[in-house]
Design a protein around this ligand. Structure first.
Ligand code: DAH
Length: 341
């Protein structure tokens, strides 16, 4: 009786192992037949029914069945493992013909683009580039430019002071002084650079850029200044744009003028950018104050000059219709990529 049951279990177990389609299936079958509560263990518990003489022979038989099933299990397990590996590899195969992830090329920053373009335009009428230090002596940032001790620009609230004598330059105008001190006129120079002011909102950034221009020669007049700027405006923003001077005051120029050009976004018709005035402001200018010339050792009898200072971000804002100056320093590639050529 028991022997037949044993043979039956072996047959059922073998066929279940064969039918198992995954290693998990197979493992479940092993538990069902060979586990502690499995069919074989239950059968062995019935050995008590056998006579003393029959028991050893049956025990031996049962052990043989167990070993055969175990070795069959191992064989079947390795077959299934291989099959599963093959299936996984087929599923995970790489399609080498798919396009790769996009790679974005770097592009020039809009501030650098404006600098390069301005430098190119002024180079055509004889200007070359000068630079100066970001940390300036009070003497260069203020004193030599005829900015008196009590001028509001010197206020702690506008200027980043390094110590009593040094500031982060608040404008590029000190490069005028360095140039006149070290070079002989006639001069035509352009000085782009970073400047710093204690100010931050939608239209002010604590760090922005300016382009300084300086021409020193004999018999220089406001007409030369206006002609030069009108030429630049046409080259930079486009034909058909007018230039306008408004009387103003800067300590380092006399007379001084604020420079406007007709709004390039609406061509002077009136829009959000120009607050419906048709005009946008691009910077300050004027004839170099004789006091500044004298400070640099040039005789105002012999030499005159004009100077101008434009905001570079301001130029880009006007040219491209950008609404917030902070975009220039946030380095969001979605913003910057739009200027890629
Ligand atoms: N330095 C002035 C500023 O930062 C701008 C400026 C005005 C520069 C008139 C000039 C000039 O060279 O002539 O606001």
């Amino acid at each position: 009786m028991l022997k037949e049951k044993l043979a039956d279990i072996e047959k059922k177990a073998l066929s279940s192992f064969e039918k198992a389609q995954s290693t998990q299936d197979l493992y479940n079958m092993k538990v069902a037949f060979l586990g502690k509560q499995g069919e074989l263990s239950l059968l062995l518990r019935e050995m008590g029914k056998l006579s003393k003489e029959e028991r050893p022979a049956f025990g031996k038989l049962a052990n043989e069945v167990k070993r055969r099933l175990e070795s069959h299990y191992l064989k079947r397990e390795s077959e299934l493992k291989e099959k599963e590996l093959e299936e996984r590899l087929a599923q995970e195969a790489l399609d080498l013909t798919l396009p790769g992830p996009p790679r974005y090329l770097g592009a020039k920053h809009p501030v650098a683009m404006v600098i390069d373009e301005m430098v190119d335009i002024f180079a055509r009428v004889g200007y070359s580039v000068r630079t100066g230090p970001l940390i300036e002596k009070d003497k260069y940032n203020f004193e030599a430019l005829n900015i008196p001790e009590d001028h509001p620009a010197r206020d702690l609230q506008d200027t980043f002071y390094i110590d009593e004598e040094h500031v982060l330059r608040t404008h590029t105008s000190p490069i005028q002084i360095h140039t006149m001190e070290t070079e002989k006129p006639p001069l035509r120079i352009l000085a782009p650079g970073s400047v710093f002011r204690c100010d931050s909102d939608i239209s002010h950034s604590p760090n922005f850029h300016q382009m300084e221009g300086l021409l020193i020669d004999k018999k220089v007049s406001m007409a030369d200044l206006k002609g030069t700027i009108a030429f630049f405006v046409k080259e930079f923003f486009g034909e058909g744009l007018k230039t306008r001077f408004r009387p103003s005051f800067f300590p380092f120029t006399e007379p001084s003028a604020e420079v406007d050009c007709s709004c390039p976004i609406c061509m002077g018709q009136g829009c959000r950018m120009c607050k419906n005035s048709g005009w946008v402001e691009i910077g300050g200018s004027g004839l170099v104050n004789p006091k500044v010339l004298s400070f640099c050792g040039l005789s105002p009898e012999e030499w005159q000059g004009f100077a101008f200072g434009f905001g570079i971000e301001r130029m880009a804002i006007i040219k491209y219709g950008i609404e917030d100056i902070r975009l220039f320093s946030e380095n969001d590639t979605r913003f910057l990529r739009q200027f890629a050529r």
